[in-house]
Design a protein around this ligand. Structure first.
Ligand code: NAD
Ligand code: IPM
Ligand code: MN
Length: 349
């Protein structure tokens, strides 16, 4: 039987509720497909920060470098400033392991009541994941004076943009063959005109893929009014972050949305985590929607080469939404996380 070692970082809040849900589904699907997962669990979190002064140990990346994959629940706690918790754990992993593609598919499943009156959603946001607006360059000055200011430089490199755009075009070939590039080159005069030029340079290598570009403001409106027109959306770090929550909400809830932080060259492990955060407002209630984490586990299965197992998990999500009225509160129901997990285990036998 194949065995895979997974570094598990449940994190904070509902991360501790959706991670066991995803593992229960992984174990069940593993039994069906002859694969075993061994989990090494790390307590890296805001709770650790509050007792030990650091989100993870200084050699944290070394400890998880040789795992087959990393699965993370969510990080964030009202008692710790978000820039401290995220730059102390999540972002160093994404950058240290060159996970430059953040892949965020989303679908409107039949049976899910989203905000749309009609129409479909079946798209993937390909988010640039290691540069762009999330830069370490800048500073705060003149604290406490009227001249107080904050400056942050966005960083767009030829290598960084080209590789994620190539990934998006290659992905579009396996889907409906269309890429939309998110831009704002009418307002942001240095970085996004450069982004547009690089997209236009990449596109001719994919004559079988059509493409267009939309300003991010208009793109948001079109995503709400006519999401069915989008197939693959390629976006910078910040635009992709915003678009992925928006697209998930249009498909019903951010609680169902999965994400994969990929190092496509496989020099380092990739990290799988749902799009949502630690949801402190519902943490501890057992009411979190586990579908985002479970779908994320399916993407991890696919990454590890278990394409059929991944499809079985995604089909199970569709079956539960189509054939049962089980809905967590984010989707207007009263179902609890564990009832949902039981439904998965029933469907997956
Ligand atoms: P959030 O995604 O945690 O929550 C936004 C809203 O969606 C909340 O009302 C929450 O209850 C609801 N929600 C989210 N996931 C849900 C689920 N699975 N089931 C049901 N409802 C769900 O976003 P936020 O409130 O902006 O952030 C809370 C904390 O999480 C912050 O500290 C933030 O920095 C952090 N965060 C972490 C990650 C990550 O670790 N990957 C991602 C986003 C936010
Ligand atoms: C996400 C999150 C993170 C991001 C935050 C928590 C730093 O919102 O994964 O979408 O912006 O990348
Ligand atoms: Mn986000």
């Amino acid at each position: 039987m194949d065995t895979h070692r997974i570094a598990l970082i449940p994190g904070d809040g509902i991360g501790n509720e959706v991670t066991p849900a995803a593992c229960a589904v992984l174990d069940a699907i593993g039994r069906r497909h002859g694969v075993r997962f061994e989990y090494d669990t790390y307590d890296w979190s805001c709770a650790r920060y509050l007792t030990e002064g650091a989100m993870m140990p200084a050699d944290g990346l070394e400890r998880i470098r040789h795992h087959d994959a990393i699965f993370l629940g969510a990080v964030g706690d009202p008692a710790v400033a978000d820039h401290v918790s995220l730059w102390g754990l999540l972002i160093p992993i994404r950058r240290g392991f060159r996970q430059y593609v953040n892949l965020r598919p989303i679908r409107l499943f039949p049976g899910v009541q989203g905000p749309l009156k009609s129409g479909t959603v079946d798209l993937v946001v390909v988010r640039e994941n290691v540069e762009g607006e999330y830069s370490e360059i800048g500073g705060r000055m003149n604290r406490g004076f009227p001249e107080e200011m904050a400056v942050q430089e966005a960083v767009f490199t030829r290598t960084g943009v080209t590789r994620v755009v190539d990934y998006a075009f290659t992905l579009a070939r396996t889907r409906r063959g269309h890429v939309t590039s998110a831009t704002k080159s009418n307002g942001i005069v240095h970085t996004l005109p450069f982004w547009d030029e690089l997209v236009a340079e990449c596109a001719p290598a994919y004559p079988d893929v059509t493409w267009d570009q939309e300003h991010i403001d208009a793109l948001c409106a079109k995503l709400v009014l006519d999401p069915g027109r989008f197939d693959v959306i390629v976006a910078s770090n910040l635009f992709g972050d915003i678009l992925s929550d928006l697209a998930a909400a249009v498909a019903g809830s951010i609680g169902i949305a999965p994400a994969a932080n990929l190092n496509p060259e496989r020099e380092f492990p990739s990290m799988f985590e749902p799009v949502h955060g630690s949801a402190p407002d519902i943490a501890g209630l057992g009411a979190a929607n586990p579908v985002g984490a479970i779908w994320t586990a399916a993407i991890m299965l696919n990454h590890l080469g278990y394409v059929e197992a991944a499809a079985d998990v995604e089909d199970a999500i569709a079956t539960i939404f189509a054939k049962t009225s089980l809905r967590t509160r984010d989707l207007g129901g009263t179902a609890m996380t564990d009832e949902f997990v039981k439904a998965f285990l029933d469907v997956l036998g």
